[in-house]
Design a protein around this ligand. Sequence first.
Ligand SMILES: C[S@@+](CC[C@H](N)C(=O)[O-])C[C@H]1O[C@@H](n2cnc3c(N)ncnc32)[C@H](O)[C@@H]1O
Length: 266
Amino acid sequence: MSDFGAVAAPTRSAKEQFDKQAAHYNAQWNTWSEETLSWILAHSGYQPTDKVLDIATGTGFTALAFAPHVAEVIGSDVSTGMLDQARKQAEEREITNATFTEAPAEALPFLDATFDIVTSRIAPHHFLDIQKFAAETARVLKPGGRLVLVDTSVPDGDIEAADWQNAVEVLRDPSHVRNYTPSEWRAIWEDAGLTVETIGDTGGGITIPLSDWIFKAGCTPEQAQQVRDQFANAPANVKAIYQIVEQANGETVFTWRRVAVRAVKP
Ligand SMILES: C[S@@+](CC[C@H](N)C(=O)[O-])C[C@H]1O[C@@H](n2cnc3c(N)ncnc32)[C@H](O)[C@@H]1O
């Protein structure tokens, strides 16, 4: 089994971080959604009879995107604030086949072989135990069931760049645990007994203005300054990999990679 045990416990829980962000999360992240949602839907092979679980559903972006196409969707999350927003969204959109429940990704309250599809989008980098999440996903999938995941990722083959990215993520959002490389994701799912069919990205990286990124996490002024210092003083290879550029208007922009995975339970 691969060893991913060396992650430090976050200094702020995901529940605390996302309860704080819940009310404004949807408006802020809507514009980032389309590519990743399209990738997940297109790679899920959904059928009208399918039962879908969206782990760390947040305000329900992925769960609600599946709802019109399948029989039933459950979204689970640790943040009651985010789940309340998801229920509100479902009601506003008159979606009646989606329900939302409080549950950690590492201990799912569902019977074995319950779901045809399990999804998780832009969330596993917060999970405290990635192997328990993978084992739980494998357990609740039916044979032939599909796992479809998109998350932020760090590059294979450059430990310095990967460590720098994970460290700056933690400075900005203390509930960040770790981004994994595409190779690590392959090992995580293979160790859990799934067959990885596709591993790639959703069409390249996401270019992000630094001020916007800092604002969305609700950083204190001290945190914000520490994050800015890290970007200003990043080593040359890190600046090259993440395309960190200061624009003419003084705004720094950078590009994070995403990883996209489809794996199947034999
Ligand atoms: C960046 S948001 C992404 C939400 C949603 N998947 C989306 O695509 O918009 C991360 C979500 O992961 C949830 N989360 C973090 N750690 C979790 C865990 N161990 N188990 C379940 N949910 C978790 C947070 O509460 C938050 O709602």
